[in-house]
Design a protein around this ligand. Sequence first.
Ligand SMILES: C[S@@+](CC[C@H](N)C(=O)[O-])C[C@H]1O[C@@H](n2cnc3c(N)ncnc32)[C@H](O)[C@@H]1O
Length: 280
Amino acid sequence: MTQPQANQAQAELWNGQAGRNWVEQNALLDRLLEPLVPPLVEAVRRQGARDVLDVGCGAGATTFAVADALAGQGRCTGLDLSVPLIDLARRRAAEIGADNAEFVAADAQLHAFPPARFDAVISRFGVMFFDDPVAAFAKLRRAARPDAGLACVVWRGIEDNPFMTAAERAAAPLLPEPPPRAPDAPGQFAFADRQRVSGILTAAGWREVDLQPLDIACEMPADDLATYAVRMGPVSLALPTLEPDRRDAVIEAVRRGFEPFVSDGVARFTAACWMMTGRA
Ligand SMILES: C[S@@+](CC[C@H](N)C(=O)[O-])C[C@H]1O[C@@H](n2cnc3c(N)ncnc32)[C@H](O)[C@@H]1O
């Protein structure tokens, strides 16, 4: 019997509907998640890194920010298993002339990295999707030079991030019951458990592993909320399967679900994250 390919479900998702949604909503998402860029650029600066790997880089917002900070001194390589997102990142690099940002379409858990190539490994929300996180982080460690720094931002728990699950909570009574969320399964909240994540990094050979809470204020114009609510996350994936009446009811329920976050025309929330650091 042939073994299923690692990360197959995530590869299908990010090369399918989720990838398309992230491409189409790229401008909105970049604005929304921009406040999480400076802590990663700062981590690279502190390490004095010159050759940086950005894991699960998506359309490249963090790759471009790091490349810009290293202009004339170094480069940043963004790697992602989503071909549509890497295609977009490459188009953006050409448009802005970011010649020290390069992009690789590959699975970080499976890719044949040159050994000891990078002097820093970073990620904004791109490392929670591995079938085998120990294997993936061991691979990243081997791609890092001795003493290279690791700095990744990952989500803390669902209970700390009510904005992120507002749509699915509001839509739940109108949708078929989803399979129960396995807390450690690959996905947005897979790295919520500090002890578990610390164990994964240590088992993968990273030293000086540390997870510190990082709470970042984020906002978006309330006018963007309708698009965000129906194009991102699990509800967006369920909507195309619904009859028009049910679909409209879900969209209205989701709109109401976000109301508590809106004031003065702006939706505000705190991104409750870990800044996860280590050393190769
Ligand atoms: C939540 S998005 C974050 C994208 C980007 N870092 C950002 O902040 O805009 C997660 C990204 O991780 C990528 N990803 C998931 N599993 C991956 C893997 N095994 N190897 C490389 N990239 C992966 C997805 O394709 C997606 O682009």
